[in-house]
Design a protein around this ligand. Structure first.
Ligand SMILES: *Cc1c(COP(=O)(O)O)cnc(C)c1O
Length: 391
């Protein structure tokens, strides 16, 4: 601990912004077009191409906005139910409430912490309209089971892919599967970061058109089209839409982040491999790496402390902080959040896997800006927690 006091604090997460992103932002600022315009259109086109070109990409100012637009486009409303995993960020479920519908919470798989597809049948009622699976940490859900369940019960599927770039499922990139919509986040800590931002991706032209309209006040053409086409002043409002458009300043960062995605991902993968090697002998449950054929985005590296390892989660968090290392917890599950717990009378016993995972887990730093010394420093700090703890 003595040496750590002299070392700078190692943040839990940091964006990886290169000179190309900075130059493009400056170009955008000088161009005179700083809100949704040519750079946003270019980012959408390049993002869709990155996913194989069969999808439409709709840029928005957050993943939360994208998820909201997706459930809105599906026509979900009061009286409807949407199945969501309990072990997620509140945005996954809150967009269901935006529409006046009710989320139905499902526990997660003990290995992957993704929604447990074997529990979907228990959550099904005659009001169920959709499922929002979350690819937790960047590992794809069991999409085969989820899609076949959805198909046999006539349910829509909207993927919360906030962690899942560039994740693949059975070799196919997340964003290119046969779901109704898939939403990525470009929040500051995510694997592609524009500060705030998101992308709704869909194969369904009607969903794309509705989302494009609703992301900008329910106006039937966006600003870019209006100023490019012949009649620049005329527009029609067809619905009470939202203000969810992406700015060209954010898109300027996005186009270059997308180019650097595989390089940034390789670094995250390297960090994950180092951790997995180094922690093999420790009393920890390490995150599932998935199958060797598939890509894990490694947005998170959550470790779970074994029950009798001599240190509990809160002590471990304090230990890491004392070593000058930022850590976090993903997540305080939704059944333990006052709003969700009280509104739907949720109990810890109803979600045993998520409850137990929460008690034992913390996420340690994993990001492309981490140098080798920082990775080794995290490893040293984690290991020392077990050396010091009384057995
Ligand atoms: C970050 C995150 C979101 C929300 O993303 P924003 O772009 O911040 O709106 C939604 N779901 C999950 C699982 C997330 O981690």
């Amino acid at each position: 601990m003595q040496t750590d006091e002299l070392r700078p604090y190692l943040p839990f997460a940091l964006p990886d912004i290169g000179q190309a992103e900075i130059d493009e932002v400056v170009r955008t600022l000088k161009s005179g077009w700083i809100t949704s315009g040519p750079t946003t259109a270019r980012f959408e086109k390049e993002f869709a191409e990155h996913l194989g070109g069969e999808v439409q990409a709709v840029a928005v100012n957050s993943a939360t906005a994208g998820l909201h637009l997706a459930v809105e486009a599906l026509g979900i409303g009061p009286g409807d139910e949407v199945i969501v995993p309990v072990h997620t960020f509140t945005a996954t479920a809150e967009v269901v409430r935006y529409m006046g519908a009710d989320p139905v919470f499902v526990d997660v798989d003990p290995v992957t912490l993704n929604i447990d597809a074997t529990l979907l049948a228990d959550a099904l009622t005659d009001r169920t309209r959709a499922i929002i699976p979350v690819h937790y940490g960047g590992l794809a859900c069991d999409m085969r089971s989820i899609l076949s369940f959805a198909k046999s019960h006539g349910l829509a599927v909207v993927e919360d892919a906030a962690h899942a770039l560039p994740t693949t499922f059975e070799g196919q990139p997340i964003g290119s599967l046969e779901t109704d919509a898939c939403v990525f986040s470009f929040y500051a800590t995510k694997t592609l970061a524009t500060g705030e931002g998101g992308m709704l991706v869909t194969r369904n032209k009607e969903i794309a058109t509705r989302a494009r309209t609703m992301r900008l006040h329910g106006i039937n053409r966006d600003v870019f089209d209006r100023y490019q086409a012949g009649g620049p002043w005329y527009y029609e409002v067809v619905a009470p839409g939202y203000k969810y458009n992406m700015t060209d300043i954010a898109a300027a960062i996005g186009v270059h982040q997308l180019r650097r995605l595989s390089e940034m991902h390789s670094r995250r993968e390297f960090v994950a491999q180092r951790y997995t090697e180094a922690f093999r002998e420790l009393p920890l449950q390490l995150p599932s790496a998935g199958t060797s054929q598939d890509c894990h985005a490694w947005h998170l590296y959550p470790i779970r402390l074994a029950p009798d390892c001599g240190i509990d989660r809160n002590a471990m968090v304090a230990h890491m902080n004392a070593h000058g290392i930022g850590v976090s917890v993903h997540y305080v599950p939704l059944h333990m959040q006052p709003y969700w717990r009280d509104r739907y009378q949720l109990t810890e016993e109803a979600f045993p896997v998520s409850s137990a995972a929460y008690q034992s887990m913390l996420s340690i730093p994993i990001y492309s800006k981490m140098d080798d010394a920082s990775v080794e420093r995290v490893i040293g700090a984690v290991k020392s927690a077990f050396e010091r703890s009384p057995k």
